[in-house]
Design a protein around this ligand. Structure first.
Ligand code: ATP
Ligand code: SKM
Ligand code: MG
Length: 172
């Protein structure tokens, strides 16, 4: 089954998904790269051009396309997709990793990502609000939750691989 890495912005989804794809020898799908190749611009540019709602609808679409691709990929999903009920339902057919972490740590990491729109000047405050609102959704879809502030990406990937090896149908 596909492996999907979820979490708020800056959680380390792309980094961990890349390590997992290499270790499992599976194709990697990153929703940001998928958006850019399909629509020709970054998420930040799209937020400015077509607005956040349309950006999030597109992010949900590329996630569902990747899940249906038949290639059994490792997917770094866009953070917003957990808000979408259809996407949460589609994640039922995947092994879902939730990278959780303190908002101030994620905010610091986000500052190194120019592709990302900053909806509020205080990123830690924005992520605190998002985490409070989305936590039940992440918990609903997650097969494994890891504190991304307490482990290196390599340690997180190793923990996921260990769980996949004992999860029926995960094909790790
Ligand atoms: N476990 C970790 N420990 C320390 N730094 C990390 C960890 N995981 C990722 N990082 C760093 O945090 C930054 C953000 O990581 P990454 O781009 O993988 O996050 P993301 O969840 O994909 O973010 P986005 O939502 O913007 O796509 C990068 O600079 C990355 O090197
Ligand atoms: O609300 C969010 O978490 C997000 C908003 C947009 O920036 C998206 O581009 C991003 O993937 C996630
Ligand atoms: Mg990413």
């Amino acid at each position: 089954m596909p492996v999907v890495v979820t979490g708020l912005m800056g959680a380390g989804k792309s980094t961990v998904a890349r390590l997992l794809a290499q270790a499992l020898d599976r194709p990697m799908r990153d929703s940001d790269a998928d958006l850019e190749s399909r629509y020709g611009e970054t998420a930040a540019a799209m937020a400015a051009d077509v607005g956040a709602d349309e950006l999030h609808a597109r992010e949900a679409l590329v996630l569902r396309d990747a899940l249906a691709s038949g290639a059994v990929p490792v997917i770094a999903a866009a953070a917003s997709t957990v808000d979408d009920p259809e996407s949460r339902a589609a994640l039922g057919s995947a092994f879902v990793v939730f990278l959780d972490g303190p908002p101030d740590v994620l905010a610091e990491r986000m500052r190194s990502s120019p592709h990302r729109p900053h909806f509020k000047p205080d990123l830690a405050e924005m992520l605190t609000e998002q985490r409070a609102r989305r936590l039940p959704h992440f918990q609903e879809v997650a097969d494994l939750t890891v504190d991304t502030s307490a482990h290196t990406p390599e340690e997180i990937a190793a923990a996921v691989l260990e769980r996949l090896a004992v999860t029926p149908g995960a094909g790790g």
